[in-house]
Write a protein that binds this ligand. Structure first.
Ligand code: PDD
Length: 283
């Protein structure tokens, strides 16, 4: 069945949705995106995603295509029109369509495209088995704090992981883990939750912010510092966070089992707290 998607002010069947071949998102990856999960037909952490979207736009001197209120309204309408109870809403803003030129064009309206994907995000099999990861060099550009649509290297990373019989890759720069290809990375050692501090080197995850807040509220110790692949192999637990995986255990790094080789207690507890609290605040 065809979905209804949103393209620049209109709700249309997906096969009728059109974007210009001159759109700079298509030509230059000149665009940013957000992924918001949907549980029980409601948006999880919507405000965080909205704030980060505005920051990404600001960093790239791009205008917001619609007001914050309208953005929420479009999210809600798409969820309703497509009858999404569980899944996600994807949104992408690009600088718009103009003759190809490296300099930002003046007076061009940004494009806004949004669509939904219904899928099982809570009860995915990986929750109980955990995921296996490999380490790869982080060869992305230096502004990973901006959520741009240039995702070819993360896609290559996932393919390298797949070729190695694994689920994902953690990226390493100057000897330290930056993050997963589409998630933030954590280890647990002696009861301490360790994750890299925010900077231009990683994306400031909306799930990360919430999970770290819940961890502190639950009297867990959080240390924000870079860590190495040797520390991952020697950790008691490891896990990832993102809007679509929430909190998920990582059970193997480069073929070495982490901790018991099963999702750890702290990761499972944080997942439970995150889901409970986020469901309460979902809009
Ligand atoms: N990815 N780091 C990277 C590189 C990411 O792409 C993502 C999200 C995260 C986690 O951010 P958040 O908690 O706000 O989802 C960290 C999304 C889910 C994606 O590309 O599908």
């Amino acid at each position: 069945m065809s979905r209804t998607v949103y393209v620049n002010g209109e709700y249309v069947a997906e096969e009728d949705a059109k974007i210009s071949v001159f759109d700079r998102g298509f030509l230059m990856a000149d665009g940013v995106y957000e992924v918001t999960s949907v549980l029980d037909g409601k948006l999880i952490d919507f405000e965080g995603h909205q704030v980060r979207l505005n920051r990404s736009l600001n960093e790239l001197e791009m205008d917001a295509p619609v007001s914050d209120d309208d953005l929420l309204e479009i999210h809600r309408k798409l969820v309703e029109l497509n009858d999404v109870t569980e899944g996600l809403v994807y949104l992408q803003v690009t600088r718009g369509a103009a003759d190809r030129d490296f300099a930002y064009p003046k007076g061009v309206a940004p494009s806004l495209v949004m669509f939904t994907q219904s899928k099982n995000v809570v009860n995915s099999p990986a929750v109980s088995t955990g995921i296996k990861v490999i380490s790869i060099d982080d060869l992305r550009w230096g502004r990973r704090d901006i959520k741009t649509v240039q995702l070819l290297y993360p896609a290559m990373g996932k393919m390298m992981a797949k070729a190695a019989g694994c689920d994902d890759a953690w990226m390493v720069e100057d000897g330290f883990v930056t993050e997963g290809t589409s998630n933030n990375a954590y280890i647990v050692k002696d009861g301490k939750i360790i994750t890299r501090q925010l900077s231009n080197d990683i994306l400031s995850g909306i799930t990360r912010a919430a999970v770290l807040r819940f961890a502190v509220e639950a009297q867990m110790e959080v240390v924000e510092r870079p860590f190495t692949i040797d520390e991952v192999k020697d950790a008691d637990e490891a896990f990832i966070t993102s809007a679509t995986t929430f909190v998920q255990g990582v059970v193997e790094m480069d073929g070495v089992a982490i901790g018991t080789g099963k999702p750890g207690e702290i990761a499972l507890r944080l997942r439970e707290i995150y889901l409970d609290e986020s469901r309460k605040k979902a809009i």
